[in-house]
Design a protein around this ligand. Structure first.
Ligand SMILES: Nc1ncnc2[nH]cnc12
Ligand SMILES: [Zn+2]
Length: 330
């Protein structure tokens, strides 16, 4: 669906399509343990978040150079633009690269080569958000933040991702305090597989401005009431939830009930190369399977721009919002 929208929950490493994975492997003299793209696609059957993460971390080993990171981001931005994405706030996982021997600068510079030209080349404005791996230590996260200091002119905010259960947000209190003092915006994954308490903790201890996923808030009516009252954006990823089995089927997704409850929901793609669709595909899926009305779809798109970190360019935000209101559904 080409309805103008902001992509706010997108891991750039999760946009690595099998074709590009093989191309980069060849370019870097690496051999993937899969015969071809079809065989690799066969591996995209996940039991849960961890089974996905295992493949996600394995496959990103093909990213070796600045140019690899640039190509990855350019391919993503081209696909996103074709699906109505006008603004993208893109996650990346520094520790998943530095732990394999890449310099943080290689990744940031490579991504930035694509992001820096994106408005003129793809018509997509961008921001970059560095995520800490929550299954690594708080010390490692702090060291990563320290290493990122030379690049903070390119990094808008910090996030928290990877295996959620057993790694509550409070583990990263100090690193988020430091990030806030550096003027960075704050988001965190919470309530994807983890309990509703993690959502509360992300808000109260980490001071996040958006909750990534936040799906499991529906288990706690008082938390829902708070999220509605405080208009906390929840960046939902319906196709991801189906593939990682946090919902049984798309038809069971609580998005319609969440919107009816007054929650500020947005819809995104998470790791589109792995989960069967980019931002527009997620909109198509919730329209088709959940039967969301045009006004609900417009609300989701409007919310995405309202929840975006465009405070430094309110004129651009206003232009995007006007595009949402003017959009004619087909
Ligand atoms: N859906 C997800 N949840 C947590 N960490 C991730 N890293 C990439 N995708 C993720
Ligand atoms: Zn995610």
């Amino acid at each position: 669906m080409s309805l103008p929208k902001a992509e706010l929950h997108l891991h750039i490493e999760g946009t690595l399509e099998p074709e590009l994975a093989f191309e980069l492997a060849t370019r870097n003299g690496l051999t993937l343990p899969y015969a071809n793209t079809e065989e690799l696609r066969e591996a995209y059957r996940f039991e849960d978040l961890q089974s996905f993460l295992n493949l996600y971390y394995e496959l990103m080993a093909v990213l070796r150079t600045e140019r690899d990171c640039e190509d990855l981001a350019n391919e993503y931005l081209e696909r996103a633009a074709a699906q109505g994405v006008r603004h993208a706030e893109i996650f990346f996982d520094p520790q998943a690269h530095t732990s394999r021997g890449l310099e943080l600068g290689t990744v940031v510079e490579g991504l930035w080569r694509a992001l820096g030209d994106s408005e003129s080349r793809h018509g997509v404005s961008t921001r970059l958000i560095m995520c800490f791996l929550r299954d690594e230590s708080a010390e490692s996260a702090l060291a990563t933040l320290e290493a990122a200091k030379p690049y903070l002119d390119r990094i808008t905010g910090v996030g928290l991702d990877s295996a959620e259960v057993g790694h509550p947000p409070a583990k990263f209190r100090e690193v988020y305090e430091t990030a806030a003092a550096l003027g960075l915006r704050r988001v965190a994954h919470a309530g994807e597989e983890g309990p509703p308490e993690y959502i509360t903790e992300a808000l109260d201890v980490l001071g996040v401005e958006r909750v990534d996923h936040g799906l499991r808030c529906v288990e706690d009516p008082e938390l829902v009431e708070r999220l509605v009252r405080e208009r906390v954006p929840l960046t939902l990823c319906p196709l991801s939830n189906v593939r990682l089995r946090t919902v049984d089927t798309l038809a069971d997704h609580p998005l319609p009930a969440m919107l009816d409850a007054g929650l500020m929901c947005t819809v995104h793609s998470d790791d589109p190369a792995y989960f069967g669709g980019y931002a527009g595909d997620n909109f198509d899926a919730v329209r088709g399977t959940l039967g969301l009305s045009e006004e609900r779809l417009r609300e989701l798109a409007r919310n995405s721009f309202l929840a975006s970190f465009l405070e430094d360019d309110e004129e651009l935000r206003a232009r995007y919002l006007a595009e949402v209101e003017a959009y004619e559904f087909r």
